[in-house]
Ligand binder design. Structure first.
Ligand code: PBG
Ligand code: ZN
Length: 322
């Protein structure tokens, strides 16, 4: 049966009818908010390229957390900007480092689920995600030892989940082993499994001052066009013990999310990154697009593609709309 017997518009007649046949609904529970803490500031700071995204000082956790929880968002992903940067990113794994303090502060003052991003690029003076040779090459295996130390220090601070984002080979296995050895068998790992070498990370690097001084991340993050390689990255993370896999960025890589959804029975996270957010904010500020509707449409599309968890700077705004 076809038109004119069948009319697809019958089910689009009213809001109630449309709600009844709605296929994709976003819920607050699946939103995760990225958060920044800076050891160098005494008051909340804002970054031009990320309108509305605060960088917090290491204080006032109670107010920060209740603002988030009031919106209905229950989980956060924490990043830190350290007081000092050096070649080996010491600030990432020192006992009272910025992110360790932030995790402790949030856990002591809220019921939030606190995931910790694990990388060295915010902590190295050269801005790369691992340690370098004299020629500026990023060393894989030497970097893994530092990731392992960082993971344990984050778990000790109370992190509910560790999220390695450095794209070193073997990072999930190294972190799993280190966590288990240190008695953190129940701390899950959310791997940034398929992380592309994206220009959409630009505004994030303004916040974290983490752009590589020399070169780029093409030697470890993935090339834009590679979908099959993304599946291999995900397979490796699953084999190494990841509990959740991630695709990042989100909207330009919906096909990758869908491929992963069809192949793997794993919880899948998708990260709507800083550039995706900044583009929407900038166009909306010019009056060129409807921010609220584009926010909802893009997040719904990410969900429809197959994401279970959506990491987004819009998390609070989105949750308030739901
Ligand atoms: C650290 C990291 C980055 C992002 C998340 N973790 C930056 C990068 O890889 O340069 C980007 C997040 C965003 O753009 O919102 N490796
Ligand atoms: Zn990094």
């Amino acid at each position: 049966m076809m038109y004119p017997e069948v009319r697809l518009r019958r089910l689009r007649q009213s809001q109630r009818m449309r709600d009844l046949v709605c296929e994709t609904r976003v819920s607050k529970d699946e939103l995760m908010l990225p958060m920044f803490f800076d050891a160098n500031i005494g008051e909340t700071k804002y970054t031009d390229s990320m309108p509305g995204v605060p960088t917090h000082p290491l204080s006032g956790y109670d107010a920060i957390a209740s603002g988030i929880q009031d919106s209905g968002v229950g989980s956060v992903l924490v990043f830190g900007v350290p007081s000092h940067k050096d070649p080996t990113g010491t600030g990432a794994y020192e006992e009272h480092g910025v992110v360790q303090k932030a995790i402790e502060g949030l856990k002591e003052n809220s019921d939030l689920l606190v995931a910790a991003d694990l990388c060295l690029c915010e902590y190295t003076d050269h801005g790369h995600c691992g340690v370098l040779t004299e020629d500026g090459e990023v060393l894989n295996d030497e970097t893994l030892d530092l990731y392992a130390r960082t993971a344990v220090s984050q778990a000790q601070a109370g992190a509910d989940m560790i999220a390695p984002s450095g794209m070193m080979d073997g990072e999930v296995a190294a972190i799993r082993q280190a966590l288990d050895d240190a008695g953190f068998k129940n701390v899950p790992i959310m791997g940034y499994s398929a992380k592309f070498q994206s220009a959409f990370y630009g505004p994030f690097r303004d916040i974290a001052d983490s752009a590589p001084g020399k070169g780029d991340r093409a030697g470890y993050q993935m090339a834009w066009g590679n979908a099959r390689e993304a599946m291999r990255e995900i397979e490796f993370d699953i084999a190494e013990g990841a509990d959740i896999i991630m695709v990042k960025p989100a909207l330009p890589y919906l096909d990758i999310i869908r491929m992963a959804r069809d192949r793997y029975d794993m919880p899948i996270a998708a990260y709507q990154v800083s550039g995706e957010y900044a583009m929407i904010k900038a166009a909306a500020a010019n009056g060129w697009i409807d921010e609220q509707r584009i926010m909802r449409e893009s997040i719904t599309a990410i969900k429809r593609a197959g994401a279970d968890i959506i990491i987004t700077y819009f998390a609070e705004d989105m949750a308030r709309m739901l």
